[in-house]
Design a protein around this ligand. Structure first.
Ligand code: 4FV
Length: 251
């Protein structure tokens, strides 16, 4: 997977592209991250890339020309998408991350100031994506969120490929609680079932934990999960769970 970042602050990606799982993925050639300095394509003698908004109002707007020429400074491959990160975009979800991870190339456009000229979006952008309902100083952090979340689903990036299957959202539920050594800390004991070695019991306990926490924190996800088709094993555990819920008069 190739990530091309159009930005006014390529240095912001330096440590991100060299560190931890993402750094290893770049070094191992599983992903490529290249940054294009938009200002290098400004035609103004002061290398400016923004101007005052038509119709007045505060702030500045990024101009079409530097963005367009920065984008076309390298050929855009097959199976590529141009994404503009902005609060007006569809909020990024696991399903969208999965969809993007199936592409060969992502061009991520990082805005600044009030945003970019709408004609650039209308003409060159395939999709607007938001990482959440708040306003950032620039699209760079949002671009890093996309690169990080998508890279995790690229084969070879996560040591244990299954890790990305049994986690929040991938399973449709929020994740069950995790524990590690020591078994007792400050009189806080790890749930005995997790040290029982009984994998069926452990799996059932984890499903129940995930259901309970999701029901409280994300009833939307819980209801979707309960309506969803499940494999035989999960159906059996859900049947046992709902039976217990009925016996306890919870439902
Ligand atoms: C943003 C978001 C975001 C808006 C003005 C950059 C800023 C400035 N991007 N999800 N939330 N972008 O706030 O993606 O151009």
């Amino acid at each position: 997977m190739k990530f091309r970042i159009l930005t006014l602050f390529p240095e912001q990606f330096d440590s991100f592209a060299q560190t931890s799982i993402i750094g290893n993925a770049v070094r191992d050639g599983h992903i490529e991250i290249s940054c294009t300095q938009i200002r290098d394509y400004s035609e103004s003698k002061h290398r400016s890339v923004d101007d005052a908004p038509f119709g007045g109002g505060q702030g500045m707007v990024m101009q079409v020309q530097p963005l367009k020429d920065a984008m076309h400074s390298e050929p855009i491959g097959e199976n590529a998408k141009v994404i503009y990160l902005s609060p007006r975009g569809k909020t990024l979800t696991h399903d969208k991350v999965v969809e993007l991870s199936e592409l060969a190339e992502l061009i991520l456009v990082c805005g600044h100031y009030e945003g970019v000229d709408q004609r650039f979006i209308d003409t060159y952008v395939d999709e607007e994506i938001s990482i959440g309902d708040y306003v950032l100083t620039g699209g760079e952090l949002a671009a890093m969120v996309v690169v990080d979340s998508v890279s995790r689903l690229i084969p070879g990036v996560l040591r244990d490929a299954n890790a990305s299957l049994d986690e929040s959202f991938a399973s449709g539920l929020l994740e069950y609680p995790h524990y590690t050594r020591p078994a007792i800390y400050d009189e806080m004991e790890v749930p005995a079932v997790l040290r029982s070695g009984n994998h069926a019991e452990i799996e059932y306990w984890r499903l129940v934990q995930a259901l309970e926490i999701t029901k409280v924190r994300r009833p939307d996800l819980y209801n979707a999960f309960m309506k969803h088709e499940h494999d035989e094993k999960t159906r059996r555990m859900l049947k046992k769970y709902l039976k217990t819920q009925r016996e306890n008069g919870i439902i």
